[in-house]
Design a binder for this molecule. Structure first.
Ligand SMILES: *Cc1c(COP(=O)(O)O)cnc(C)c1O
Length: 346
């Protein structure tokens, strides 16, 4: 395979640390949402790493994601959040994964496909996105429900009144629907306290280094690191501009490095003029526009003899990138494209 000039370093020990920290905070079984290719890190290696650490419950969004994941480790369980749609019958029938049924239609479809196999069900408690309604719970009679779920809309705003409302509706649903387990909390909801934990928590973003609520700041470690290779070095003369629309003009002679990284890789275009790269611990500002495939770095203070092909670290703290680029932490991770070579390190 041809060389890739761009690396996403994934720190396995930080991923494991975050999973253990969330498990200890929740005090109950702790799974992992690995949809969107493990939030951009790679669903398969995320699953294997967390399985070795003790995680048994994994969740993807679609049957295609379930299929891409390949064979499950012995003892792992996989849930498919989007349930069984009109085009999913064959995949659902042949997959070892459990659907998370979201509507009465989906319940009927599943009864026709595999009436005796366990499934999960999502109940709608206030987010109004997916889920069987509170007034439809009677339609679940006779299903073998492994886990009854609901999903929090505002857990990242601990004071939001919808949190307590969703909790109380989920308790009502629990009283009416028999299931082996009950599960409500995503990452942020783990910080809302033990009332929200039930039997199983389903963190995603915080596993991967996102910090959805301030209370998590001390407990979560960054997992990803971006490294890009220098494609070209040049010297801007005072008065020269750089990049599309010439948004930066050098006020002195300025040596720059052009890196193999751009918005097509998920590096936000809104980081134009804001981001930093690093070499040997020196912090170096990005200059001008972030292009599709390239970005320029001011290497005046690099303090080292740079050459084409040298690797530079580009700051990619998920929380700062999200804040500075005006995107969510989820976008900062799931946008990381497939031109990265994903390199797992312990
Ligand atoms: C994505 C998802 C999660 C994980 O949410 P985070 O906010 O990333 O922790 C949990 N449950 C459901 C239903 C989801 O769709």
């Amino acid at each position: 395979m041809a060389h890739r000039p761009l690396k996403l370093i994934v720190h396995a020990e930080a991923l494991r640390h975050n999973w253990r920290a969330l498990r200890d905070a929740a005090g109950v079984e702790t799974g992992a949402a690995i949809k969107a290719d493990g939030y951009g890190l790679g669903a398969r290696p995320v699953m294997e790493t967390l399985f070795d650490e003790g995680a048994r419950d994994f969740f993807v969004a679609t049957w295609n994601e379930a299929e891409q994941l390949g064979a499950l480790p012995e003892g792992a369980r996989l849930g498919v959040f989007h349930g069984v749609g009109p085009d999913d019958g064959a995949a659902a029938a042949s997959s070892p994964a459990r659907p998370v049924l979201n509507s009465v239609m989906q319940v009927q479809r599943w009864r026709a496909i595999a009436p005796d196999r366990p499934c999960d069900v999502m109940v709608e408690t206030g987010m109004n996105r997916l889920g069987v309604g509170m007034d439809e719970l009677g339609e679940l009679d006779g299903l073998r429900i492994d886990t009854l779920h609901s999903h929090m809309a505002c857990a990242d705003e601990p004071e939001h009144p919808l949190n307590a409302q969703q909790l109380s509706r989920f308790r009502e649903a629990k009283a009416q629907v028999a299931a082996r387990r009950y599960s409500l909390a995503n990452s942020a909801a783990i910080c809302l306290g033990e009332d929200y934990a039930f039997d199983l928590v389903r963190p995603g973003i915080a596993l991967y280094g996102g910090i959805p609520v301030a209370a998590m700041a001390g407990m979560i470690e960054p997992v990803v690191e971006v490294q890009a290779q220098v494609l070209q070095l040049r010297l801007l003369k005072a008065g020269d501009a750089i990049g599309y629309n010439a948004t930066f003009t050098a006020d002195r002679d300025t040596p720059v490095a052009i890196l193999n990284l751009g918005y097509a890789d998920g590096f936000p275009r809104n980081m134009s003029g804001k981001g930093h790269a690093r070499i040997a611990g020196r912090k170096l500002p990005l200059l001008g526009r972030v292009s599709m495939d390239l970005v320029a770095v001011d290497v005046t203070h690099a303090n080292t003899d740079l050459r084409e092909g040298d690797w530079m670290r580009v700051d990619y703290d998920v929380c700062s990138i999200a804040r500075e680029a005006g995107i969510s932490q989820y976008e900062a991770l799931t946008g990381l494209g497939d031109r990265f070579e994903r390199v797992w390190k312990d």
